[in-house]
Design a protein around this ligand. Structure first.
Ligand SMILES: [Cu+2]
Length: 427
């Protein structure tokens, strides 16, 4: 049975709900304090006065063995209405880091550094983070950092000395830290994926550790099933979580879902961090995940409830697996579609909305050119399961076309969000 936390379980003197009530969502980060092998979290939003860049009066950071900071999901390059200025909000997070009385030993960025894996986006992030007064910055990639090239550029920039797609471990003050990668080679219809090579490495890496060693694991997509309907989980994490059971103190940190969620299971504490860029809806409360536009004056009260009490066992939320066909298409687009559907050589369109392909299944005559148009605020791809066709990452309003000359059934998916699947039937 899982326990979801919505108040000050850490007895750290600061009520997390209280935090969130007055949280300006910009520049959120988590300060992790290690005390005798146990990690305690502090939301950083209320610690530092943004005007002075110093700790607010009355706030004391408890004594600790050491501290580090987690930031996540900076999405540099994003400029849609949910946050037209992701640079300023990341800068706010850095101001908070720099306002700590003792510089954090290091910082962990749990992925989605960039929005579209563009070189200049990574450059901007690097430039901004140079201003952070912290030790080394450790990274893991998010799915937005490995678009188009399976993460080669990410590896070149951030993966020096790592294994495989960028996983690694290190020891500090007797704590074993592990950075895992679960955003590469995801399978059609699936969730985040670690892969066999990484799983093998993982077992070897922890083999020699004593049960009493505190372990901290971080990865982009949650390693526990937060909400599989939205791809918020990792397919092959069961072995990892089971191997971690023998340790007395385990903390698992993730990003990806742009909201705080915490769960304790036995000796394992799971924690997802907020985004420095934009909020996402609570699981199941919207047609799909993705950037959530919040009126500026409502932002604070809304963030007061981002501590989600989501229980898998008794949720009655709408299942989003079955896309509502043409839910977001205009009447004209629907007429156009009906007119063209199945006609020889006609052009057909699949719209991408709310993290689904609409229609999910499309029947066309051989010789038909099919065009996919992305109407979401996040990039998606169109990749056939047999790799016979593949788009680049499609940003908002980008489109991709493929002409189907041979009859057959063509299954495809989004390689960024592999639960998004579709089918073209060519007759
Ligand atoms: Cu996608």
């Amino acid at each position: 049975m899982s326990i979801y936390i919505d108040k000050d379980e850490n007895k750290d003197g600061i009520d997390r709900r209280g935090f969130l009530k007055c949280m300006a969502w910009a520049g959120t980060g988590v300060l992790w304090i290690m005390q005798g092998g146990v990690l305690k979290s502090f939301g950083m939003s209320q610690l530092v006065d943004m005007n002075t860049g110093k700790l607010k009066s009355g706030i004391k950071i408890p004594k600790s063995d050491f501290t580090f900071v987690q930031i996540s999901d900076s999405h540099i390059g994003f400029s849609k209405e949910a946050n037209p200025d992701v640079i300023t909000t990341l800068q706010a997070a850095i101001t908070k880091i720099n306002g700590m009385p003792d510089a954090p030993e290091f910082t962990v960025h749990t992925g989605d550094l960039s929005h579209l894996s563009k070189a200049d986006e990574f450059d901007t992030l690097d430039q901004l983070l140079k201003g952070a007064k912290t030790g080394k910055i450790f990274y893991v990639p998010g799915e937005h950092d490995v678009l188009n090239d399976d993460g080669k550029q990410y590896l070149d920039r951030y993966g020096k000395g790592t294994m495989g797609n960028g996983w690694y471990s290190f020891d500090l003050h007797g704590v074993h830290f592990m950075g895992l990668v679960n955003v590469v080679n995801m399978k059609a219809g699936g969730l985040g994926r670690l892969g066999n090579d990484q799983l093998e490495w993982f077992e070897k890496d922890i083999k020699g550790l004593k049960d009493s060693t505190p372990v901290v694991v971080f990865a982009h997509i949650p390693l526990w099933n937060v909400y599989p309907e939205w791809g918020w989980g990792t397919d092959d994490s069961a072995q990892v979580l089971s191997s971690l059971k023998r340790f007395g103190s385990v903390t698992v940190l993730n990003g990806h879902i742009h909201q705080i969620m915490q769960k304790i299971e036995g000796n394992i504490t799971f924690h997802t961090a907020m985004s420095t860029a934009f909020p996402q809806p609570k699981p199941g409360t919207a047609p799909g995940p993705g950037p959530m536009k919040v009126p500026d004056d409502k932002l604070r009260s809304l963030l007061g409830i981002t501590d989600v009490n989501y229980l898998e066992q008794d949720h009655t939320l709408a299942v989003t697996d079955t896309p509502l066909l043409f839910a977001a298409a205009t009447g004209d687009q629907m007429k156009e579609h009906k007119k063209n559907n199945g006609t020889l050589g006609g052009e057909n369109q699949v719209t991408i909305d709310n993290f689904s392909f609409n229609p999910k299944e499309l029947t066309v005559a051989a010789g038909t050119k099919v065009t996919w148009v992305n109407h979401d605020d996040v990039p998606h791809t169109v990749v056939s399961t047999d790799k016979s066709f593949k788009s680049d990452a499609l940003d908002t309003n980008d489109q991709y076309s493929h002409t189907f000359s041979q009859t057959g059934v063509y299954e495809y998916y989004c390689s960024v969000h592999p639960r998004m699947t579709g089918k073209i039937i060519v007759k």
